[in-house]
Design a protein around this ligand. Structure first.
Ligand code: 89V
Length: 342
């Protein structure tokens, strides 16, 4: 099968994991890389044998013959780069968070839809092996009808060491991590009716919030609490960046515990198994669970680009998660329950 040719726009921290992720995901070839700082693009190109380097995205798109574009640059570049790819009528895969504001995200999705250009979001959290295993348990019906759940990603990990730009964001943990955890909530439990959120800033030297607590009232009637923190404090059970999830159902409970243990309790007792992610040599061991989830996420997007079936994390789908993220900011600001935009 002929390889799909793509270009990567951005050569920062995530590019060096998303790139090998594409090679695991299917028949692709990265033929060009753009970065504003050319030396970073050169570094990525030499490490992954990418033949051509650009420091201007317009020149890249005018010159190269591509099947799709992968945007891995900073969030402020997502809208202009998506629009650039769309003007070349190329399917475009964009990093999360999709946009700097809800209005901008809405415009990106609408303009791609109107132009008939497929837009996908590299929203990988829901593709984590343990989260998929938990979803299978819920779908099997063994714990009955879920009525309450708690999702937490509370970590003391020094997240700013690898991603220093996160310190400068006015909106931090809900945008960066909430994009993932709220998407996982939608994946596991369906759509949200209304929400309430509080935020805190523990680090003195950052601009945004590094702690958030969200109460989701789901359309199904379920209550879901999502807790997030990057307070860089000392936690006994810190396993960055794993998500712990506890679900109560009418006939039992299911719990995803740290170190990938999945416990399912029904009237017959507790069944315990370990559901670890695959290990890839290119993944950073500290981010294993996240880096490994890049592969099935990109494989799913690739099969859609190749016309072999729908993708889960389309722009349209991700917009529902973006509405939750910005609904949370609105709730925290107004100290009130918010109905996310429809
Ligand atoms: O996956 C991510 O989006 C990362 C991290 C896990 C550090 O939040 O930014």
């Amino acid at each position: 099968m002929a390889k799909l040719k793509f270009a990567m726009l951005g050569a920062g921290f995530w590019a060096r994991f998303q790139l090998p992720g594409w090679y695991e995901a299917g028949p692709v070839e990265c033929v060009a890389v753009y970065n504003r700082t050319r030396s970073r693009a050169e570094w990525l190109a030499s490490r992954f044998s990418i033949p051509r380097i650009y420091d201007d995205p317009e020149t890249l798109l005018r010159t190269e013959h591509l099947d799709f574009v992968d945007i891995v640059s900073g969030v402020e570049t997502h809208a202009p780069f998506v629009s650039l790819a769309a003007s070349h009528r190329l399917p475009v895969v964009c990093q999360k968070p999709l946009a700097v504001s809800l209005d901008e995200a809405e415009r990106m999705v609408t303009s791609c839809r109107d132009a008939g250009v497929p837009l996908y979001v590299n929203e990988n959290w829901r593709w984590q092996t343990p989260i998929r295993a938990l979803k299978q348990v819920l779908d099997s019906g063994v714990i009955g009808q879920p009525f309450r759940a708690r999702i937490d990603m509370i970590s003391g990990f020094p997240v700013f060491a690898n991603q220093p730009f996160l310190k400068d964001l006015d909106e931090f943990i809900l945008a960066d991590l909430g994009s993932h955890t709220l998407d996982a909530a939608r994946f596991l439990f369906g759509e949200v009716d209304s929400l309430f959120c509080t935020t805190q800033q523990v680090h003195a030297d950052i601009r945004g919030e590094d702690c958030a607590t969200v109460l989701l009232k789901m359309k199904s009637g379920m209550t879901v609490v999502v807790e997030m923190a990057y307070a860089e404090n000392h936690l006994e059970r810190d396993r960055f960046p794993e998500t712990a999830i506890f679900v109560e159902g009418s006939a039992g409970s299911a719990e995803l515990q740290l170190d990938h243990w999945l416990r399912v309790t029904t009237k017959d007792g507790t069944h315990i198994r370990r559901v670890p992610p695959p290990r890839y040599p290119w993944a950073d061991a500290a981010y294993d669970i996240v880096h490994s989830s890049i592969v099935p996420c990109q494989a799913n997007i690739l099969s859609a680009i190749m016309g072999q079936g729908p993708a889960e994390t389309t722009g349209e789908d991700n917009l529902k998660t973006v509405r939750l993220v910005f609904g949370c900011y609105e709730s925290a600001r107004s100290n009130s329950m918010v109905v996310p935009r429809k």
